[in-house]
Design a protein around this ligand. Structure first.
Ligand SMILES: CC(=O)CC(=O)SCCNC(=O)CCNC(=O)[C@H](O)C(C)(C)COP(=O)(O)OP(=O)(O)OC[C@H]1O[C@@H](n2cnc3c(N)ncnc32)[C@H](O)[C@@H]1OP(=O)(O)O
Ligand SMILES: NC(=O)C1=CN([C@@H]2O[C@H](COP(=O)(O)OP(=O)(O)OC[C@H]3O[C@@H](n4cnc5c(N)ncnc54)[C@H](O)[C@@H]3O)[C@@H](O)[C@H]2O)C=CC1
Length: 294
């Protein structure tokens, strides 16, 4: 049976994108966050993005139909009748564990429980939920409405049935599943992508090249659509640090130790586009002004 009711907990950068893509594909969704102002911002952004995609003919239907499928709220109660619950809160095992524990108390035992974690092993998260055979990873990429890939990650106890349902769910949203058949920190794409981001940070730290020139280089020499630091600013430096820390904590491999330049920027609240400064500086409309001071 196809998933028709989704509950998303965490209405930030990723949660709102996932809610939008569900609604664009006719799926009812509740988007839940602790903060009403996050939900107000999410509503504005979804409306802008879905409106643009409808205008370009990339999404069928009317904007009010899409918006009508999304309910915004601050309580977890509505998770009770969802067939799929997606956890999209901060990249931190303790925070995610607490939320998953609360969801476990409300959700139906048959519901699929997915995490959008960037790097935390799914098996570690499944330990917080009563029925770990229904827990898996659904790792969307940013910006969700524009990126076609979704990693579908099997935890140690995830059932084949849960995995197949999740795969169908991803396909029903017009996305391409990348199946990750063995759980590991960072999964596949981040395991490949994060080392190049870390190396780019070290190149800056050593004074070998500037943020701008590295970004120019990866676009012109490697054909990437966005520079490493441009991407880092839309992802959020806190999210990158959380992801690297998760892999480092699990592996203790020094190659994954988060670079000092990243840790300093996060401490200083320079989290990227969302705070106005990260690797670059931005104005109130999100327009890039120039590189940030190192
Ligand atoms: C951290 C993790 O765990 C995992 C991750 O997610 S890592 C990050 C992965 N993501 C990436 O690497 C992003 C790579 N970038 C891209 O693929 C592309 O740059 C992109 C799809 C984001 C944008 O496309 P682009 O052609 O390069 O840029 P741009 O010219 O700005 O945008 C093209 C159009 O799309 C629109 N657009 C951009 N984002 C949009 C959105 N979210 N919704 C709707 N429209 C959007 C723009 O407004 C623009 O429209 P107009 O032409 O009408 O002005
Ligand atoms: N930002 C990115 O590019 C990507 C992030 N991810 C992952 O997605 C997850 C979320 O990341 P973002 O959306 O960037 O974070 P974010 O910081 O933009 O949003 C997280 C939201 O969760 C909310 N929240 C925290 N605790 C909550 C609770 N108990 N109940 C309800 N809401 C709660 C916060 O208020 C916040 O709005 C992380 O695990 C991250 O690693 C995955 C792919 C890409």
């Amino acid at each position: 049976m196809a998933v028709q009711k989704v509950f998303i907990v965490g209405g930030g950068t990723m949660g709102r994108g996932i809610a939008q893509v569900c609604a664009q594909n006719g799926i009812s969704v509740v988007l839940c966050d602790l903060e009403q102002k996050v939900l107000d911002e999410a509503k504005k952004q979804i409306s802008w993005s879905a409106g643009k995609l409808i205008e370009k003919g990339k999404v069928r239907g009317q904007l009010d139909e899409v918006m009508g499928l999304i309910e915004f709220g601050t309580s977890l109660d509505k998770a009770a009748d969802a067939e799929m619950i997606i956890e999209v809160v901060f990249e931190n095992l303790e925070v995610k564990g607490k939320v998953l524990g609360q969801i476990g108390e409300v959700a139906s035992k048959d519901a699929l429980v997915a995490s959008n974690t960037s790097a935390i092993p799914i098996t570690d998260l499944a330990a917080f939920v009563p029925n770990p055979s229904r827990v898996l990873g659904l790792h969307f990429f940013n910006p969700v409405p524009m990126m076609a890939a979704v990693e579908v990650i099997k935890g140690k106890q995830t059932s084949q049935e849960a995995l197949s349902l999740a795969r169908e769910f991803v396909e029903s949203m017009g996305k391409e599943p990348i199946m990750v058949m063995r759980d590991c920190p960072g999964f596949v794409i981040n395991r490949i992508n994060l080392p190049s981001s870390m190396e780019a940070m070290r190149v800056v730290e050593e004074g070998v090249a500037s943020v701008e020139d590295i970004d120019k280089g990866v676009k012109l020499a490697l054909g990437r659509r966005m520079g490493i630091f441009e991407t880092g600013d839309i992802v959020g430096l806190d999210v990158t640090l959380g992801s690297l820390s998760a892999v480092y904590e699990e592996t203790k491999d020094p190659r994954w130790h988060p670079p000092m330049i990243l840790r300093r920027k996060v401490k200083a609240g320079q989290l990227g586009k969302k705070t106005g400064t990260g690797w670059y500086r931005y104005d109130n409309e999100g327009k890039r002004l120039g590189p940030a001071d190192e």
